[in-house]
Design a protein around this ligand. Structure first.
Ligand SMILES: NC(=O)c1ccc[n+]([C@@H]2O[C@H](COP(=O)([O-])OP(=O)(O)OC[C@H]3O[C@@H](n4cnc5c(N)ncnc54)[C@H](O)[C@@H]3O)[C@@H](O)[C@H]2O)c1
Length: 339
């Protein structure tokens, strides 16, 4: 039984709770939140994706308001760090130093130096550090990568990825709205999911050109990037959280292969569709669960010492921070920025 702790019982802390709680080989041993009020009204919902709602059963779980005390007393094998982004580096390093394996939410950190520091701390500790780049584990995105890698539909000629959301005004102390110091704006917080997936599947681009606008956070809250490769293809991603609350959330991709068009839109029915050059459109079978449950099962399997495929590494997550910062620089300068 793996003894797990969760630090930060906000939107994502509750999501991690639900995923761990559904696993037989995990005991949620302890939860820490600086605001002890979070242990009371656990049914209150926030955030942009369904799945973290509902009252939590905290009976039998040690509750802390200090992470230091939790580290000292709770005898944890692993911890989920689900606190605001600007607090990731300090707390991740603290846990690793104490010999605890860490699943830290994305984005890894606000800048590349901090991210590199976290990766180095993981290496020194000999413990696992996984950053919650859940799109690498999202069933439809996993299937898309299989299609690209196998070449079954030929080469990719054009692909676009979108991630559009309402403005997140529900964060603790409204931390999302401080782009420069706390969240990195929608570019680093939201759009990074697609930047990370693109570098996972296609490798780091040669260069990027980006258009972006700054919003309420004082940082880029909507951006569109053209990822430039040597290959004969066009690859773009658009992400932003300047949508009205009634819009909600939408993630999608449209991929033009030589011999098929493959589309996904989480708001559509069917959400996932392959339109082959010959034959009728169909919806492919995908893995069960979602990106959150699958990344958490993967993390626990690695902690248990199982032989797992390498899906994400700390240095790749640091590269995703680097990539998004290059996109911001391209938007700032209105120039192509080399990676
Ligand atoms: N993977 C995804 O799809 C996804 C989605 C949303 C958010 N996130 C990421 O998850 C992280 C958390 O976001 P959220 O929306 O859950 O935030 P949130 O504001 O809803 O929750 C943060 C929680 O952390 C607590 N907290 C703050 N400082 C603390 C400290 N020092 N020690 C202990 N607890 C502390 C707060 O009281 C609050 O309960 C962020 O990095 C965010 O970018 C990821």
């Amino acid at each position: 039984m793996i003894r797990v702790g969760i630090v930060g019982l906000g939107f994502m802390g509750k999501m991690h709770y639900s995923c761990y709680n559904a696993m037989d080989n995990v005991q949620i041993a302890a939860i820490c939140d600086i605001d002890e009020g979070r242990f009371k009204n656990t049914g209150a919902t926030s955030g942009n994706i369904a799945g973290a709602e509902g009252e939590l059963d905290l009976s039998g779980i040690e509750l802390y308001s200090s992470f230091d005390e939790m580290i000292e007393k709770a005898n944890l094998d692993a911890v989920s760090i689900t606190i605001p982004t600007y607090l990731h580096p300090e707390n991740t390093k603290k846990a690793l130093k104490a010999g605890i394996n860490v699943l830290c939410e994305k984005p890894m950190a606000l800048n590349t130096d901090l991210a590199a520091d976290m990766a180095a701390a993981a290496k020194d500790s000999g413990k696992t550090l996984q950053i919650g780049q859940c799109i690498r584990f999202w069933p439809e995105y996993v299937k898309l990568k299989e299609m690209i890698d196998s070449g079954e539909f030929g080469k990719v000629k054009a692909a676009t990825f979108q991630r559009l959301a309402l403005t997140p005004l529900t964060g603790w102390e409204n931390w999302y709205m401080d782009g420069p110091n706390k969240s990195g704006g929608a570019a680093l917080d939201l759009h990074i999911h697609d930047s990370d997936y693109i570098q996972y599947v296609f490798g780091m681009p040669k260069a990027v050109s980006t258009g972006g606008v700054k919003g309420m956070t004082g940082d880029y809250d909507h951006m569109v990037t053209n990822y430039i490769y040597d290959d004969d293809m066009v690859l773009t991603a658009e992400g932003g959280w300047m949508f009205q609350a009634s819009f909600g959330f939408e993630m999608s991709f449209n991929v033009v292969f030589e011999n098929a068009t493959v589309v996904y839109d989480c708001t559509r029915e069917p959400a996932f569709k392959v339109c082959p050059a010959d034959g009728d459109p169909y919806t492919p079978e995908v893995l069960p669960g979602n990106g959150y449950s699958r990344e958490i099962e993967h993390f626990i399997a690695v902690v248990e010492g199982k032989d797992m495929p390498e899906i994400t590494t700390p240095s790749q997550s640091a590269d995703s921070v680097r990539l998004v910062l290059a996109e911001k620089a391209a938007a700032d300068t209105k120039q192509i920025v080399k990676i």
